[in-house]
Design a protein around this ligand. Structure first.
Ligand code: PA5
Length: 353
């Protein structure tokens, strides 16, 4: 089996240079935040913030939503779909996240927002969303070229944070602290650190041949768990499940304790801000599940703020997913089926609005 300590050996698999893009995440954050802050807000005091996007572009919305649950006076809703929710109106701030600018669902919502006069901001590299934004004079935060959407998390997320942090009802985030924590973690888990001292490589080895089940909690770590699952799907080409507490105690807990799941490996993401209810419930849940699963790993992000902890917990998952991809002999970058499906949908939707 390939060893993660011989970089030359697995560098051949990394034709899309995912490790390079991963390394850049902390480096792009502050500039992206500034670009987001410089975008003109089309409404100063919205009654609701609506974030539309899919996949690697939507996850930034999830992170913002979960951070703002306890820190923002207005509701933040993340929408993954092609129809703009009916509640979106003149008092909504709608933010459209699409790295490529060509994602059908996000474009569907954007077109409806323009038709309905919903105050909108577009975060994109360009594509059709970029064109629509230009035609209709919508404030736009531009993304750099050449990234896979999921690898552009540093740009997409911090740009969104910059936009949202302009709202008077939201607290200002500690971007500098979060970036420092990301850099410190990178020093511990990047490809130059040998497996013996590298928790991300060790976890990738433990997951190899297993089905990961990533357990998060509402609201602190649910977006982190979803990101882990998606990165395992796309970078490692690995089936992965996600279970969010407390909801998971009302369904997932049944099947996971009904029979042996020795091929399933739990990755439990915790946070010091988890409520006492969640802590106790998680302990009992793990007690019940442990005898049925192959292994349990606990992960906690680093830093004084939820922002820093969410991002470092995600960064760990990103590295694990790339290392697991290498162990499976796959290039983490290509997601051919996503592109093929988008191409077919473009044809299928021709003439339909
Ligand atoms: O990771 C990916 O490539 C996907 O999940 C995309 O982010 C998703 O298809 C949406 O594309 P975009 O981010 O360009 O709108």
């Amino acid at each position: 089996m390939l060893t993660l300590d011989n970089h030359d050996e697995y560098a051949k698999l990394d034709a899309g240079r995912m490790l390079h893009f991963l390394r850049e995440l902390p480096e792009v954050a502050e500039a992206a935040f500034d670009r987001g802050q410089a975008a003109r807000l089309p409404i100063a005091q919205p009654r609701c913030v609506l974030i539309c996007g899919m996949g690697g572009s939507a996850i930034s919305g999830d992170l913002i939503r979960t951070q703002l649950v306890g820190a923002c006076d207005v509701p933040v809703v993340v929408h993954r779909g092609d129809q703009l929710p009916r509640f979106a109106g003149p008092d909504t701030l709608a933010i459209f996240m699409s790295y490529s600018g060509n994602t059908g669902e996000t474009l569907g919502c954007l077109r409806q927002a323009i038709a309905r006069g919903v105050p909108s901001v577009v975060v994109t590299h360009g594509g059709e969303a970029g064109k629509l934004a230009e035609q209709h004079g919508l404030p736009t935060v531009s993304m750099p070229a050449g990234w896979m959407p999921r690898a552009a998390l540093g740009d997409l997320f911090f740009a969104l944070l910059g936009v949202v942090s302009q709202l008077a009802t939201c607290e200002s985030p500690d971007v500098v602290g979060a970036v420092a924590n990301l850099r410190a973690l990178r020093d511990r888990i990047d490809e130059t650190v040998v497996t013996k001292e590298n928790p991300a490589k060790r976890l990738a080895l433990a997951l190899h041949g297993k089905t990961p089940v990533v357990v998060g909690a509402t609201p602190t770590t649910e977006a982190v768990a979803v990101r882990w699952k998606c990165q395992l799907n796309e970078n490692s080409k690995q089936t992965a499940l996600v279970a969010i507490l407390p909801e998971a105690t009302h369904n997932d807990i049944v099947n996971l304790t009904a029979s042996s799941h020795s091929g399933h490996h739990l990755i439990v993401v915790t946070d010091p801000e988890d409520s006492e209810f969640v802590r106790r419930q998680r302990a009992i849940t793990l007690d019940l599940m442990r005898p049925f699963v192959g292994g349990v790993h606990e992960i906690e992000g680093q830093g004084d703020s939820l922002l820093a902890r969410q991002l470092t917990a995600i960064y760990m998952g990103d590295y694990v997913s790339v290392y697991l991809g290498f162990l499976k002999g796959v290039d983490p970058t290509p997601v051919d089926t996503i592109f093929a499906l988008k191409d077919r949908m473009k044809v299928a939707m021709e003439g339909v609005r």
